[in-house]
Every structure is written in structure tokens, then in C-alpha cells.
Design a binder for this molecule. Structure first.
Ligand SMILES: Cc1cc2nc3c(=O)[nH]c(=O)nc-3n(C[C@H](O)[C@H](O)[C@H](O)COP(=O)(O)O)c2cc1C
Length: 203
């Protein structure tokens, strides 16, 4: 046990924005079997200004290098997270990355303002169809509801929450549909690169 306070107990000060480069952090435990995330990543990773970071490839043993990850976060203005929805949440390594890297005194807390002013962007694929993510659908809640923990994490850390990019019914999409989604995704990432710097301060 550590003596770190619960994130919910503290507030975060704001700091100047960093440079507007996108850190595209991909978390997929079996990318070789992926269709959707592979197509999305392929479309976005070649963009100038995008740093591609495959978490499962970098840390197959979950031994996350905390200092390197924190330095990488600091060096980017936009933190983009791309993952398949697993049990209404993130894959395990992405959660571990938050638990180990987004620490008190770094990401939140009185002196924890390293991420303040940056933008957090989530791109997520789901097996369930869009109509399932509805009060009257079999998943009963909206995607916004399931992404609320990430949205609140952004808020706690003084970050700007970007509208998420979601691909529903990923398994049922044919190659042409996935290609169209990948094109939309590339355009969205490109728009994050070109947005005015003051957007990173939430102005
Ligand atoms: C362990 C596991 C849990 C999953 N949980 C969900 C879920 O909660 N909701 C959902 O819509 N799809 C769920 N799926 C389906 C995946 O989200 C879907 O297969 C993935 O987004 C497709 O992307 P890919 O082609 O990149 O793998 C789950 C799949 C696995 C393997």
C-alpha cells in the first residue's frame, strides 16, 4: 500500500500547454488478429506529428517504464488512446499504464500538473452495434457513459476532453467499411494536429 491520496480527494493546478504533437497510444493485446484497430492504426500512424506507441508491443510482460512514459507524455500536447472495448472498459495493460504512470504529484494533486492543458482523445472500437449502446439497448448505457472514467480522469488532470471517436459493430464491418472508418480516423487525428494551440488550454 502507498500513502497516496485517492485521486478524487485532490485538485489540479493548470500549467502552460506543451507542443501540439499527438501521442497515439495503442492498446490491443492481439494486434495480429485485429481487423479494426489494425486498420485505424495503419491509417493514422504515418501522419507527420504523430508518435505511435504500441503498449502491448513495448511491454508484453507489463513491466512499464514509468519514467520514460511520463517523459513521453510531457513531450506531447495531445494524448490519444486507441483500444478495443473489453468488458465495457480498456484492455488490462492500458489500465495498468494509468495506474503506474498517471501518479499523484505528476498527473494530479497539488503539484501534479504535468498533463494540465493537454488534450485527451479516445478512439475505441466495439463488438456491439451502435443501437446496443442505448438506454433501451442490451448494453443499457451509452458509450459516453462507459467512457466516463476516462473523461473524469481528464478533468481531474486539468486536461481537455475531446469528443471520442467510436467504431461500433467492428466485427461485422467489411473491408470497405473499415477502410472508410480508417479514413475518417486519419482526418480526425490530423485535425488534432492542426487545432489552434489555445485549444490545449481549454480556452
Ligand atoms: C475480452 C473481450 C471483451 C470484450 N468486451 C466487449 C464489450 O464489453 N463490449 C463490446 O461491444 N465488445 C466487446 N468485445 C469485442 C471487441 O470490442 C471487438 O472484437 C473489437 O473492438 C474489434 O476490434 P479489433 O478488430 O481491432 O480486434 C470484447 C472482446 C474481447 C476479446
Amino acid at each position: 500500500m502507498t500513502d497516496q491520496p485517492d485521486p478524487g480527494e485532490t485538485t489540479t493546478a493548470t500549467a502552460p500547454a506543451a507542443t501540439a504533437r499527438v501521442l497515439l497510444t495503442l492498446a490491443h493485446p492481439a494486434l495480429e488478429r485485429s481487423r479494426a484497430n489494425r486498420a485505424l492504426a495503419k491509417a493514422a500512424k504515418g501522419l507527420a506529428g504523430v508518435t505511435f506507441h504500441d503498449l502491448y508491443e513495448t511491454y508484453p510482460d507489463f513491466a512499464i517504464d514509468i519514467e520514460t512514459e511520463q517523459a513521453t507524455l510531457v513531450a506531447h500536447g495531445v494524448v490519444a488512446l486507441q483500444f478495443p472495448l473489453y468488458w465495457y472498459s480498456t484492455p488490462a495493460l492500458l489500465k495498468e499504464w494509468f495506474d503506474l504512470v498517471w501518479l499523484h504529484g505528476f498527473a494530479y494533486g497539488l503539484d501534479g500538473n504535468a498533463l494540465a492543458g493537454k488534450r485527451l482523445f479516445v478512439a475505441c472500437t466495439t463488438g456491439g452495434a451502435a443501437k446496443a449502446y442505448h438506454a433501451h439497448g442490451y448494453n443499457r448505457f451509452s458509450m459516453d457513459d462507459f467512457l466516463r472514467p476516462l473523461e473524469q480522469t481528464a478533468y481531474l488532470c486539468g486536461m481537455v476532453w475531446e469528443t471520442p471517436f467510436v467504431v461500433h459493430g467492428a466485427a461485422l464491418k467489411d473491408d470497405a467499411e473499415l477502410k472508410a472508418e480508417a479514413g475518417r480516423y486519419r482526418a480526425r487525428i490530423a485535425s488534432l494536429l492542426t487545432a489552434p494551440a489555445d485549444a490545449e488550454l481549454g480556452a
